[in-house]
Design a binder for this molecule. Structure first.
Ligand SMILES: Nc1ncnc2c1ncn2[C@@H]1O[C@H](COP(=O)(O)OP(=O)(O)O)[C@@H](O)[C@H]1O
Ligand SMILES: [Mg+2]
Length: 314
């Protein structure tokens, strides 16, 4: 990853709407060909950031660079590199998906015949073909989101910006869309996803920025973020018989632990590695281990640890 070039550089980016600061001095890099997630609850500043990369908004201060081009000063260059699927799909009520997408394909440079071919291919891939001649107002929220995503798949931009791409989409389709997004990356597109869905972030994104109230709170791979919670992993071991007194002090070296009859709970970092040593230790002390469980914190837990807030209202 360190060898790769930067697709997007966000440098001291601040966006204010009047007196209100929606994004506050955000700096981060997104590398070429990665799937990067902006994770945060509603109102965190995700869409504001994405719309600025797509040159819809201008930064109040700082700047964002797409393959070296300034989003504030070279918007024409940046628009050629970027494709965006908006959070709120917009179309005229009587537009039909097939016409919208054919028009879009022509705008991004396909000839008439090529446009028809690629539009059909992408619509079939997303399960949109059967909806091709419906009016926009007849489409469900999830289907409208798929039409938005179809635009980006048709365009195959250098950088794809997907604002909550699977919101309102049913669970089965979500999995299919995540596979489609990964395939787009495999074909050479850098992908930036905004989401408030930690499961989506975990399933699709390789690196994540957690943002909350306009500020960057954490940045890293999913593993790194989870390991950032002190003693966030929980190891549970069930065993037969009694735990010898002599093992207690040795166990204490690993972290805080709780002992109930025949069950041991230990709070550590990197639980998946330490569990091996701990089981060896128990076996060495003559304990018969019956069952082992390692539970990592969720990204929700990470978010709550960092901000004191919850990703989603329960
Ligand atoms: N055009 C705008 N005018 C005024 N306030 C805005 C505008 N766009 C967004 N905001 C505010 O900025 C904050 C961040 O919004 P947004 O970027 O949409 O967050 P997210 O996408 O993370 O939900 C919110 O408090 C929102 O109300
Ligand atoms: Mg948003």
């Amino acid at each position: 990853m360190g060898m790769k070039g930067k697709a997007i550089e966000i440098v001291g980016f601040t966006k204010k709407f009047g007196d209100f600061t929606a994004v506050d001095n955000l700096s981060l890099d997104i590398y070429e060909n990665e799937i990067f997630g902006l994770l945060g609850p509603n109102g965190s500043g995700k869409t504001t950031t994405l719309l600025t990369i797509a040159t819809v908004y201008k930064p109040t201060s700082g700047d964002i660079y797409v393959f070296g081009h300034s989003a504030s000063r070279e918007d024409y260059e940046v628009r050629k590199l970027v494709g965006i699927a908006f959070q709120e799909p917009k179309a005229m009520w009587i537009d039909k998906p097939i016409d919208l997408l054919n028009w879009h394909a022509r705008v991004v440079g396909y000839s008439g015949d090529e446009a028809k071919r690629v539009v059909r291919e992408v619509m079939e891939l997303l399960g949109l073909w059967e909806h091709r001649n419906k009016y926009f107002y007849q489409l469900s929220g999830g289907t409208r989101k798929k039409v938005e995503l179809a635009k980006v798949l048709i365009q195959k931009p250098r950088v794809a910006i997907l604002d909550e791409p699977t919101a309102q989409v049913d669970v089965l389709s979500k999995h299919a869309l995540w596979d489609v997004i990964k395939k787009l990356r495999d074909e050479g597109t850098t992908i930036l996803i905004a989401t408030n869905d930690m499961f989506e972030a975990e399933r699709v994104c390789e690196r994540i920025a957690i943002i909350y109230k306009g500020r960057l709170r954490a940045l890293g791979t999913i593993e790194e973020l989870k390991d950032s919670i002190p003693r966030g992993d929980v190891i549970e071991i069930q065993f037969d018989g009694l735990l010898p007194e002599s093992l207690r002090s040795e166990l204490e070296a690993y972290g805080r632990f709780e002992l109930r009859s025949n069950a041991l709970t230990i709070y550590v970092e990197k639980g998946e590695e330490k569990v091996i040593d701990i089981v060896d230790l128990l076996k060495g002390g003559g304990v018969r281990v019956k069952k082992i469980m390692v539970k990592e914190p969720s990204l929700d837990d990470v978010f709550t640890y960092l901000t004191g807030a919850k990703l989603r209202e329960e």
